[in-house]
Ligand binder design. Sequence first.
Ligand code: DQA
Length: 142
Amino acid sequence: MKRYLLLNGPNLNRLGQREPDVYGSETLTDIEQSLTELVESYGCKLASHQSNHEGKLIDWIHEAEGNYDGIIFNPGAYTHTSIALRDAISSVSVPVIEVHISNVYKRESFRHTSLLAPVCFGQVVGLGSKGYKLAALAFLQE
Ligand code: DQA
């Protein structure tokens, strides 16, 4: 059975309350539940973690090697700053799809650069929480 990992980085535990005009009204729990349903409808499994700490995210990426078939990852602001997360993604053979709820390219210029995108399998940007599902479908319909 194929197994997928959903990772969310800093401040994404605040979804629902955090800038709802930018990120919508769904909570992370809502997103995790609907993604679990989608993945299970394909006979696959989903595990999910969120952390505000870079090192924890790095550990989960390392631990995914050999245990998961794909990672759906919203790295939050670490997208724009973290060479360490980029190196973690490069260090494993598990494909990673980077997801952003908001259209980062329409926002402040510091959000226009992703240090992670060049080492990711793909990127879904600006489609709201639906982006997580579209990323999952990219893996599930492979
Ligand atoms: C985000 C975009 C990032 O720039 C921001 O720092 C976030 C959320 C998104 O999902 O749109 O925390 O990753």
